[in-house]
Write a protein that binds this ligand. Structure first.
Ligand SMILES: *Cc1c(COP(=O)(O)O)cnc(C)c1O
Length: 559
């Protein structure tokens, strides 16, 4: 039976996100943003915070990835049945889209924690009888369709979300927009509060997630006019959301939120340059510790650091775990991954070779093929001490460059087949991510500065004693103590240099450190290596988790 009745009427924080990753068989997410939203829900439940999550049902999921022998990606719908995992709520809301009243229903998922906390998550769905066939599809494809389709989705999320919460009887004290997709909600509140913008600002918290310009949704006003179809709302949208002649969802949220957050310290600075005149705070992202620790390390932590899961700060006591135990747990996790890869791909990866992992969305700014920029040097590295690679990641269906990068990696795979083993796994998702992140020796991250706002997969690596080797961008600027908690690739940001100079310095450093630092330490000075593994746990994981992040959101933005 639903516990919803018990929590209605008590003040809650409504957490809006276009994607939320709750479980493998609820494929309503595409990458880091959705994982962060899921980790937010998971930590909030354990901390007994009064949150309610709002998202779209995305009933055809993101997509299933197929790769042919050349790395050519094709996509299939990832249909799933909300009714198998969630309960249909009785209430419905209505949103005017173009000239039609579109009905919005909600599915309730109750996320329960071992501490007894429960966070309701409501998935909005326009597949309702009475809606036109076209309107029934609005909540179907995550990041699918064209610009107009996206605009309709955002209208349903922001406006429909606020209305459905009210219909259900929720009492909302704060609205938290996880990215600008939901910022139509500010407009709904503005009308509700009789135009009192200060009251809207007191009620709204906004987290922005990317310095990549295309990551900020904008729409031409003629299109918005056709979809919103309300002169009063248009006036407000022009007043609060206009930027360079278009409706900018980030600007709308910035103008009507009392608290604005960047997701790492560096991201706050970059955001202030991108949006001059606005004040940003920074609460650096985290990951949900228990979710992102593999079974082998959970068992170890349970034995030596009881209570760690709901108090990840305790991981600072990792020194109590003997080196041999750390190494055994890691070796077991690595064996599981390597055996899995060999079963799937028949490639014969070795259990004893230094294994480097790279898994994330295949987007150009993340430079997934960076390590293959100079094959001669990579071969030289491999002569100094053997290495092997495991890659995974989806390219957005319309991102031709992202798809091309996957094909390039397949090309290098072929070219290097006599010396360096490389494998690319399909369908990177939460389960594969944990298996990979816990099972490799080094987690590689080579984004182009300053475009990685935070990044979270490296935090997951640290939770499993896996060593980060990353460009100094996003969270890693805060997490990296060179040679102590992991390794930096290239110089710290801030100095005046051209992108070409930066790239060549990074490349040089990447090969140099692999050959002269990482390989000798991994193969010849195992105890020093295990020390870095322990520092990853005791100096990174203890801090870069969503328990700490949510406590900060509570004290700095919600109350
Ligand atoms: C953690 C995670 C991400 C985010 O990885 P980044 O390196 O931060 O981009 C993306 N996809 C999945 C499935 C993840 O688990």
């Amino acid at each position: 039976m639903s516990e919803l009745a018990e929590i209605l009427g008590k003040d809650r924080i409504a957490y809006f996100s276009m994607e939320i990753a709750l479980a493998k068989n609820i494929p309503t997410y595409s990458g880091g943003l959705g994982i962060l939203a899921g980790d937010t829900i998971r930590s909030s439940a354990e901390l007994n915070l009064p949150l309610v999550g709002i998202s779209l049902v995305n009933s055809s999921g993101y997509f299933l990835q197929r790769l042919d022998e050349n790395g050519m990606q094709s996509e299939e719908a990832q249909n799933w049945s909300p009714s198998e995992h969630m309960e249909l709520l009785g209430a419905e809301a209505t949103v005017l889209v173009e000239r039609r009243d579109v009905k919005v229903k909600g599915w309730l998922y109750e996320h329960r924690s071992f501490t007894g906390g429960m966070i309701p998550v409501i998935f909005l769905d326009t597949d309702v009888e009475g809606n036109s066939r076209q309107d029934r599809e609005i909540t179907r494809y995550l990041y699918g369709g064209d610009e107009r389709y996206r605009l309709m989705q955002e209208l349903i999320l922001g406006t429909g979300g606020v209305r459905l919460l009210e219909k259900l009887g929720f009492s909302i004290m704060k609205y938290h927009m996880n990215e600008g997709h939901s910022s139509f909600l500010t407009l709904e509140l503005l009308q509700r509060y009789g135009g009192d913008e200060d009251q809207v600002r007191r009620t709204c918290v906004f987290t922005t997630h990317t310095p990549v310009a295309s990551g900020h949704d904008t729409f031409p006003f003629e299109m918005v006019e056709g979809v919103v179809n309300d002169p009063g709302q248009m006036e407000l949208l022009r007043k609060f959301g206009e930027s360079e002649g278009r409706l900018n969802m980030t600007v709308l949220a910035l103008n009507l939120s009392g608290h604005v957050n960047g997701v790492a310290k560096r991201h706050k600075e970059v955001s202030e340059q991108m949006f001059p005149g606005y004040k940003f705070n920074s609460i650096t992202n985290g990951v949900h510790s228990y979710t992102w620790v593999c079974p082998q390390f959970r068992e170890l932590y349970d034995r030596y650091i009881p209570g760690w899961a709901n108090e990840p700060e305790l991981l600072v006591r990792v020194r109590n775990i003997p080196n041999g135990e750390i190494w055994r747990a890691h070796r077991d996790a690595k064996k599981e991954l390597i055996d899995y890869v060999n079963r799937e791909k028949g490639i014969g990866l070795s259990h004893d070779v230094l294994t480097i992992g790279f898994g994330r969305r295949m987007a150009e700014y993340k430079r997934p093929a960076f390590v293959f920029s100079d094959l001669k040097r990579l071969r030289k590295v491999n002569d100094a001490g053997r290495i092997q690679f495991i890659f995974a990641g989806k390219a957005h269906p319309r991102d031709e460059r992202g798809k091309e990068i996957i094909r390039e990696i397949f090309g290098y795979m072929h070219e290097l087949r006599e010396s360096v083993k490389i494998v690319f796994l399909e369908n990177y998702d939460m389960d594969l991510a944990l298996k990979m992140i816990a099972g490799v020796d080094v987690w590689l991250n080579t984004p182009k500065q300053p475009y990685e706002a935070s990044g979270t997969s490296g935090m997951k690596a640290s939770h499993n004693g896996v060593v980060n080797f990353s460009v100094l961008d996003g969270w890693w600027i805060e997490g990296c103590v060179p040679g102590v908690t992991g390794y930096a690739i290239g110089p710290a940001p801030g100095m005046e240099r051209s992108p070409e100079e930066a790239e060549s310095m990074e490349l040089d450093d990447l090969y140099y450190k692999l050959e002269y630092v990482i390989i000798p330490e991994y193969y010849n000075r195992r105890d020093e290596w295990i020390n870095i593994m322990k520092n990853s746990i005791g100096m990174i994981a203890y801090y870069f988790n969503t328990h700490r992040m949510m406590r900060r959101y509570v004290t700095e933005t919600y109350f």
